[in-house]
Design a binder for this molecule. Structure first.
Ligand code: PLP
Length: 424
C-alpha cells in the first residue's frame, strides 16, 4: 500500500513564538499542488486501496485532513500533541465528561462557569449517576471540602463567564493532584495566548473555538488539548462514538482565524481596558470589572497568571458592569445601543452586549445565579475590533440614556440602589 501522504506539517517547535505557531502550525504546503492555504477536504469518505488500504483516513466522523490540520495547530500552541476538535464548545465539554466520568463518579465544577456547562451537569450528568458539586474555587475551605469529597474531575473556568472571577489554576491543580482528581480548565476567555493552563498544572485545556480562536462570528467549534496520550485516545474514541467531530469547512475557517489570533486578542484586550476605564468614569455603570483595571479585586492573581503580549499584559476582551438602577436600567441600556450589538457570542470582531441572567445563563437556577454573582442588572460586553473611541461613544450614549430615564433617581442614589441589588 502507498504510505499515507504527509497531510499536516510537523508543528513548529516549542522554541518558535506563538505568533509564528499561529501562522504556520498545521499548514504544510499541500504535497500535491504546493497550495499554501491548507486544502478544504470537504469529503465524507476516502477511497481505500483494497481492504485495509486506507491512507490514514476512512470516514470523516473519525477523522478528516482539514480537521487534523486544525488539531495539529491547536496542540502546537500548548506544546501538546494534536488537539481533539469538536463541532461546538459544548461538544468538547460533553466529550471530556463522558471520557473521564462514569456512573457513581463525582465532578466538582466551579460555581461561576458558562451556563451551558451548568445545564449539562445538572440535566444530563446528574440523571446518569454522575454527581455534580458546584464550589467556590476562591474559598479555601470550600476547596478543601470539595477535594475531600473525592471528585474524579475538577472543572474550572477563568476568567469565569460572566462574572470574570479568576481562579488560581496552579493552586487548585496542585491540590487536586494530591487528591487524585483530574483538572480541566475552560480557557475560552483567555485562549492559549493569554493563559497557559497546562503549564500551570492542569490536565486538559478546554475551548469553545467559536469565540476568540475563530474570532469572526462565522463558526462554532470546540477543542480539548492535553499532553496525556491516554486521555487523547479516550477523547478520540468518545468523539467518534457520539458524532461530535468538527466539520471540515468549520475547521478550515477556524484555522484561518487562528492565523491572526495573537494580533486580534491583544487588540481586544487593549480595547477592553479602554472601555472599562471609560465605564468606571460613568455614573450609570457600577461595579465595572475587567482584570486589567486597578480596581479589579483579584488584580495580583491577574498579574501573576495572565500572559504578556507585545504591548500589554493580556487580561481579556470582556468587560462587565452593573447597570445603576438594576434590571430596568440594563434593559434601557441594551435598547439604546446603536453601534454595539445585543447578541450572545463573545470574542467576535463586533462589540457584543449580553444580559447573562436572561441570555447565556437563563437556564441556571436563580439561586445558583445569585450565588455566582449574576444579578439582574449585570451586563457583559465583549469588546470588538472597531474603532474603540466609537465603541466608547456608543456605550456612553446608551448609559446616558439608561441613566436619564431613571426618573427621579440622582446618579448617587442609583449607585446606592444598584449596590444593594448586587448584594441582595
Ligand atoms: N465555554 C465558555 C466559557 C463559553 O462562553 C461557551 C459559550 O458561550 C462555551 C464554553 C460553549 O461553547 P459553544 O457555544 O461553542 O458550544
Amino acid at each position: 500500500h502507498a504510505p499515507p501522504p504527509a497531510m499536516t506539517a510537523p508543528s513548529p517547535s516549542a522554541s518558535t513564538s506563538l505568533l509564528t505557531r499561529c501562522v504556520r502550525a498545521g499548514k504544510t504546503p499541500d504535497p500535491t499542488t504546493g497550495s499554501v492555504v491548507p486544502p478544504l477536504h470537504q469529503t465524507t469518505t476516502y477511497a481505500q486501496d483494497g481492504l485495509g488500504g486506507d491512507r490514514g483516513f476512512t470516514y470523516s466522523r473519525a477523522g478528516n485532513p482539514t480537521v487534523a490540520a486544525l488539531e495539529e495547530a491547536l496542540g502546537a500552541l500548548e506544546d501538546a500533541p494534536p488537539a481533539v476538535c469538536h463541532r461546538t464548545g459544548m461538544a468538547a465539554i460533553t466529550t471530556l465528561f463522558l471520557s473521564v466520568l462514569e456512573g457513581g463518579d463525582r465532578v466538582a465544577i466551579a460555581r461561576a462557569v458558562y451556563g451551558g456547562t451548568v445545564r449539562l451537569a445538572r440535566e444530563i450528568l446528574d440523571p446518569l449517576g454522575v454527581e455534580p458539586r458546584f464550589f467556590d474555587p476562591n474559598d479555601p475551605e470550600d476547596v478543601a471540602d470539595t477535594l475531600a469529597w473525592q471528585p474524579r474531575l475538577v472543572f474550572l473556568e477563568t476568567p469565569a463567564n460572566p462574572t470574570l472571577d479568576l481562579v488560581d489554576v496552579a493552586r487548585i491543580a496542585g491540590a487536586a493532584r494530591v487528591a487524585g482528581a483530574l483538572v480541566a480548565v475552560d480557557n475560552t476567555f483567555q485562549t492559549p495566548i493569554g493563559l497557559r493552563p497546562l503549564e500551570l498544572g492542569a490536565d486538559v485545556s478546554v475551548y469553545s473555538t467559536t469565540k476568540f480562536i475563530e474570532g469572526h462570528d462565522a463558526t462554532r467549534g470546540g477543542a480539548l488539548v492535553t499532553r496525556d496520550q491516554g486521555l487523547i485516545e479516550r477523547f478520540r474514541r468518545i468523539t467518534k462514538s457520539i458524532g461530535a467531530t468538527q466539520a471540515p469547512f468549520e475547521a478550515w475557517l477556524t484555522l484561518r482565524g487562528l492565523t491572526t489570533l495573537p494580533l486580534r486578542f491583544e487588540q481586544h484586550c487593549e480595547n477592553a481596558l479602554r472601555v472599562a476605564e471609560a465605564l468606571e468614569a460613568h455614573d450609570a455603570a457600577t461595579a465595572v470589572r475587567h482584570p486589567g483595571l486597578e480596581s479589579f479585586p483579584q488584580r495580583d492573581l491577574a498579574e501573576r497568571q495572565h500572559e504578556r503580549g507585545r504591548r500589554i499584559q493580556l487580561h481579556g476582551g470582556i468587560v462587565t458592569f452593573e447597570a445603576a438602577g438594576g434590571y430596568d436600567a440594563a434593559v434601557r441600556f441594551l435598547g439604546a445601543l446603536e453601534l454595539c450589538l445585543v447578541a450572545e457570542n463573545l470574542g467576535a470582531p463586533e462589540t457584543l452586549a449580553t444580559h447573562p441572567a436572561s441570555m447565556t445563563h437563563g437556564d441556571v437556577p436563580p439561586e445558583q445565579r445569585a450565588a455566582a454573582g449574576i444579578t439582574p442588572g449585570l451586563v457583559r460586553l465583549s469588546i470588538g475590533l472597531e474603532d474603540v473611541d466609537e465603541v466608547i461613544r456608543d456605550l456612553t450614549r446608551a448609559l446616558d440614556a439608561a441613566g436619564a430615564a431613571a426618573t427621579s433617581n440622582s446618579p448617587a442614589e442609583s449607585k446606592a440602589q444598584s449596590a444593594t441589588e448586587v448584594t441582595a
